[in-house]
Ligand binder design. Structure first.
Ligand code: SF4
Ligand code: SF4
Length: 250
């Protein structure tokens, strides 16, 4: 989709910061990635700067974060401000989309934040690495098994940021799971059963949608571990198919 050239002044750097200036080319490349996403024009239609989104935003109550500010940065194509917001602020959004339901322009500030997060990951920004690092176990589970959180992952050590409420789930889970009527859920190792064929199909989806490329950018070690698991499961699936073929030939 064609977009008008940026209206922003040339980047001149921050005279009071020790941080090395980010090149104009890099700022433009980041904004171009945000702007070229097919969702961008649906989620940004203009901005009155009315602040309704921020007034209804739960994250704005607790953090130094304002969806109005994010939308204004994008609408005015403030490349430095966009880059700056991607260092911390965009990670405060809870993705509840209350803002999208309220905005008189039909904007989706939460959706725009999601785009900015994806671009932060694509560009391997340190903020993305820092935010996603504690979730490496979740990503390993999700990408390799199709499960997100399984009961055996919910412990005080794994989720210290849950505070004292974590004790509420510190229960005899193995026993409790046995009470679930569905036999495949009688384990704490998986949230639900994902069969081999579905797992292998999921791997294709992760590859084709660029999820694995993003993972490689922000966590090479995790990417390698997951790639090994995927190779093993694909081999298992191929062995299964070969066995089936042999049986059909007999
Ligand atoms: S509610 Fe919509 S128009 Fe108002 S400040 Fe937020 S994004 Fe802009
Ligand atoms: S989606 Fe994000 S920006 Fe929008 S109201 Fe929810 S927390 Fe705030």
């Amino acid at each position: 989709m064609e977009h008008a050239a940026t209206r922003v002044q040339e980047y001149i750097g921050d005279p009071v910061s020790d941080a090395p200036p980010v090149s104009r080319e890099k700022l433009e490349a980041i904004f171009a990635d945000i702007q070229s996403d097919m969702r961008y024009d649906h989620e940004l239609n203009g901005c009155l700067n009315c602040g309704i989104c921020t007034a209804t935003c739960p994250s704005a109550h607790y953090y130094d974060y304002s969806p109005r500010e994010i939308v204004q940065l994008l609408w005015t194509e403030n490349l430095e401000g966009i880059y700056d917001a991607m260092q911390e602020k965009i990670w405060a959004c809870a993705q509840c989309y209350t803002c999208a339901a309220r905005c008189p322009f039909g904007n989706s500030p939460g959706g725009l934040v999601m785009l900015m997060r994806e671009v932060a990951i694509k560009h391997g920004m340190e903020s993305a690495r820092n935010v996603l690092r504690p979730f490496s176990r979740v990503m390993l589970k999700l990408i390799s098994t199709g499960n997100q959180l399984s009961p055996d992952m919910i412990s005080k050590d794994a989720f210290p940021d849950w505070g004292p409420n974590i004790s509420k789930v510190d229960a005899p889970l193995a026993t409790l799971r046995k009470a679930i009527p569905v036999p495949t859920l009688h384990t704490t190792k998986t949230a639900w059963e994902v069969n081999l064929k579905t797992s292998v199909e999921l791997y294709t989806i992760w590859e084709e949608t660029g999820v694995l490329d993003s993972l490689k950018t922000i966590d090479t070690n995790l990417f390698d571990v997951i790639s090994d698991i995927m190779d093993e499961k694909r081999d298992d699936w191929q062995d299964f198919l070969d066995d089936q073929e042999d049986q059909d030939d007999e």
